[in-house]
Design a protein around this ligand. Structure first.
Ligand SMILES: [Zn+2]
Length: 150
């Protein structure tokens, strides 16, 4: 079962501009992608939209504050953004490579993985904990760094 994502529409109070629409479209068309500010800026530039760093950060942070994007900071202190799961939806495990620091969002389509995450949530809920936000990160070396010749 694919991950249910939070619907991707401009949150109230956020102005609809070409830049904000382009950022939304980027995450809408690549629902499993993880982007840094620089990635987003590059993508907008490729579409002929020249938006400065501060504006891109502001857009990403607003979408993060509105709960549409998740943010994570890697070992190099680079913030990366990805679509947030729908409320109560499954956590999306991430894998970060210690070599090249790319982040890979695990598709999480495997039933066994999803039921393991559900079991973890249920155990915490049974203990009385609430408003749980699971965030799982796995670190290691990606296939490209592990076998550079491949
Ligand atoms: Zn790597």
């Amino acid at each position: 079962m694919p991950i249910a994502h939070a619907p991707l529409t401009l949150p109230a109070g956020m102005r609809s501009t070409r830049a904000s629409q382009a950022v939304l479209a980027l995450f809408a068309t690549q629902p499993d992608a993880v982007y840094s500010e620089a990635d987003v800026e590059r993508s907008l530039q490729a579409q002929g939209l020249h938006v400065n760093r501060v504006t891109v950060y502001r857009l990403l942070n607003k979408l993060h504050a509105a709960g549409l994007l998740q943010r994570s900071v890697d070992a190099e202190r680079i913030a990366r953004y990805m679509r947030a799961p729908a409320e109560g939806g499954a956590a999306v495990p991430r894998f970060e490579c210690d070599g090249c620091h790319q982040q890979i969002r695990l598709a999480g389509h495997q039933d066994r993985l999803q039921s393991a995450l559900r079991a973890l949530r249920q155990e915490l809920q049974a203990a009385g904990h609430e408003a749980l936000q699971l965030e799982l990160a796995v670190r290691g070396r990606c296939a490209g760094c592990a076998q550079p010749s491949a």
